[in-house]
Ligand binder design. Structure first.
Ligand code: ZN
Length: 239
């Protein structure tokens, strides 16, 4: 029996490490009482990193997933041949900062794309190497114009912040829900909303930079016609 994991990354995406206690093991991975590791979800890849015990034992974490066995818990997927950490072990949980930083830069850029392309989103994938966002639309998109639009919003340095609103408030404002496939989680009474001041507002549980200026150089590398109704925008880091 374990309880839901305290999700420190929801309030502070800049937190790279925390002290935690091993509270359980499932076939999916190690469960901690609290964590800075973001589990794969909302299109964003899971974090990797390491758990280090006081005696120096190190467990490399290859990936992070929402536990299916224990609802509300986060499973830290150990790398193959990682040593065991018994329940009760105190650890320092530390994410791979460079990988997370890439996720945050790309993820925030997908919100800028939502503002630049006013069509519903029907798919999203964010990794450390690239990101892609699928729009439900039939019109063509211009790669250079979108890259220029992103560069402008980055240069304008808009603050990025989250707040929590009640589900009743969200239901009264259905235009907040932009995405067709990435719906906000329901049933917890409150929903996390990300605002890029003056640019975009939408429900999102992912991790973001705190100002669009921190995105740096991100470009549209490709636009694909995935189907008659879908245009895929692929993002990469500029050189
Ligand atoms: Zn987001």
């Amino acid at each position: 029996m374990t309880s839901p994991t305290e999700e420190l990354f929801r309030e502070d995406a800049l937190l790279a490490e925390c002290e935690a206690t091993v509270v359980g093991h499932t076939a999916e991975g190690l469960l901690l009482d609290r964590t800075v590791f973001y589990p794969q979800g909302g299109g964003q890849a899971g974090d990797s990193g390491e758990l280090v015990a006081a005696d120096g034992t190190r467990v490399a974490v290859a990936d992070t997933r929402k536990s299916k066995e224990v609802p509300g818990a986060i499973a830290h997927v150990p790398a193959p041949d990682a040593p065991a950490l018994p329940v009760g072990t105190r650890v320092t949980a530390r994410i791979d900062r460079d990988k997370r930083r890439a996720h945050m830069r790309f993820h925030t850029t997908t919100h800028l794309l939502c503002a630049l392309v006013p069509h519903p989103v029907d798919g999203c994938s964010i990794t450390a190497g690239y990101a892609r966002l699928d729009f439900h639309m039939t019109d063509p998109l211009d790669k250079e114009a979108l890259t220029a639009g992103i560069a402008r919003l980055v240069a304008e340095a808009h603050p990025v912040r989250h707040r929590w609103i009640s589900e009743a408030e969200l239901d009264a404002n259905p235009q907040l829900v932009r995405s067709m496939s990435v719906q906000p989680p329901r049933g917890q009474g409150r929903i996390r909303v990300m605002e890029i001041e003056g640019v975009d507002l939408q429900p999102c549980g992912g991790t973001h930079v705190s100002n669009t200026a921190e995105i740096g150089h991100v470009v549209v590398t490709k636009i694909e016609k995935k189907s008659a109704q879908t245009r895929r925008v692929v993002l990469g880091f500029g050189s």
